[in-house]
Design a protein around this ligand. Structure first.
Ligand SMILES: *Cc1c(COP(=O)(O)O)cnc(C)c1O
Ligand SMILES: [Zn+2]
Length: 412
């Protein structure tokens, strides 16, 4: 079992064996998992995938573990919702929501990456897992790590939403709140990772962790009836998910499962933290780090590790980017809830609000089969819309009081 050839430097192409490492010793480029796609092509078919249980491991040949998975056995295979009411609202023909608000068990797409990272950490023989998180990763590593019996060290910016801190604490990890933003947390974690033999899922295990994001793309392809969409809008923090969705479409083509890929890939960011979109709009290759200031905390990475690669994918695919204000985010969260019955966290608001801009500006064609990657659940960031929703009607416990209110509602 296992079709992994090794790790490969994205910059100089130098090859490494499979180890908990993440940078090239020669050029400091990031390492990525390389597969024997020819070998996979010989064994993997649509029918074979369809015959397997509905979780992210149905694409196991394309994931970097050697044996049977040990984490996230119920993660992934979230609904692809045909969003006809929202489509009418936006004047679109064929619009879908990839609904990772219901990912098992922590309601964000991070369960995909953590499932793969912890399965790999177990294969490497680690007993402690750790992460630097903008919120959802903390929640997911806390949960999956508990179920798999790892010791857990979770590092977060102290200013994180209270809901996400409490959600993580429920699993009793060692939660370390750092006085600083995510980029400070990440820097500290790199130092800690150098010193302690822990599996930092998004540092020394990052090449394996990041592969988990591909499963969102495979599922989109399968759920569209084995084709890639014309356009996909992806929220960006480090930029990893965006690059991996693209990689997943390409791989599906390379192993002969779908036709040529013509998808345009679009990046969605909050204006208060939009280094990737800014580079795209300015048409430059260098990502200029920013200090984040946005309610979309799960996307608040000012110095995105995969930012450069994200811009390359966007260019190669003829996509573009959009950035949106906090009030556009709140409006979009409410629009998605009201039209499709899906309550997304702030990152989902960023994706929909960005899509609206891109449709209005003509970057996304109204006839294009378009998928919005909605990555986290609204229950995780209730703070964001508090004060932006109406109050309930307050009544006395009798019919008269109710009917007075009903009259008032009907006359509105
Ligand atoms: C982490 C995260 C993302 C984006 O992650 P990348 O670092 O760009 O891969 C998107 N949405 C949510 C809700 C997240 O938690
Ligand atoms: Zn290199």
């Amino acid at each position: 079992m296992g079709y992994v050839k090794g790790l490969k430097c994205r910059e100089c192409g130098r090859e490494y064996s499979v180890d908990p490492i993440y940078v090239c010793e020669f050029c400091f480029g990031p390492l990525e998992v390389a597969y024997d796609l020819e070998g996979i092509k010989k064994v993997l078919t649509r029918e074979k995938i369809q015959s397997r249980p509905q979780n992210l491991w149905r694409y196991i040949e394309l994931l970097p573990i050697d044996g049977a998975p040990t984490s996230g056995l119920h993660s992934g295979y979230t609904p692809l919702v045909r969003a006809d009411k929202l489509a009418v609202h936006l004047g679109m023909k064929e619009l879908y929501i990839k609904d990772d608000t219901v990912t098992h068990p922590t309601l964000s797409f991070k369960d995909r990456v953590v499932a793969v990272a912890l399965s790999k950490a177990r294969e490497f023989g680690f007993d402690t897992v750790a992460c630097a998180s903008t919120g959802n990763l903390a929640h997911s590593v806390s949960a999956h790590g508990a179920a798999a019996g790892f010791k857990r060290f979770i590092f977060i910016p102290a200013s994180l939403e209270r809901s996400k801190i409490i959600a993580s604490l429920a699993y009793e990890p060692n939660l370390i709140a750092v006085d600083g933003n995510y980029d400070d947390v990440n820097r500290l974690c790199s130092e800690v990772a150098n010193k302690y033999r822990w599996a930092f899922v998004n540092i020394n295990i990052r090449p394996f962790y990041a592969e988990g994001s591909k499963t969102q793309g495979y599922e989109i392809v399968e759920q569209l009836g084995w084709r890639s969409p014309d356009a996909v809008v992806v929220p960006c923090a480090s930029g990893s998910l965006l690059t991996k969705i693209w990689k997943s479409f390409k791989e599906m083509h390379e192993i002969g499962i779908i036709d040529e890929v013509q998808t345009k890939v679009f990046s969605a960011q909050a204006t208060g933290c939009s280094p990737i979109v800014k580079a795209i709009k300015d048409d430059v290759d260098v990502i200029k780090p920013v200090k984040p200031d946005t309610i979309a905390k799960s996307l608040a990475i000012g110095n995105p590790a995969d930012g450069f690669y994200a811009t390359q994918v966007i260019k190669e695919s003829s996509g573009f980017g959009a950035d949106v204000s906090d009030s556009e985010i709140v409006d979009a969260i409410k629009l998605l809830a009201k039209t499709e019955g899906i309550f997304a966290e702030t990152a989902g608001g960023v994706t929909l609000a960005s899509a609206i801009q891109l449709i209005e500006s003509g970057h996304i064609d109204k006839d294009a089969c378009t998928v919005l990657s909605i990555t986290g659940n609204g229950l995780k960031t209730k703070e964001a819309i508090t004060g932006h929703v109406e109050e309930p009607y307050h009544i006395d416990p009798n019919l008269k009081s109710f009917e007075e209110t009903l009259k008032m509602i009907n006359s509105k």
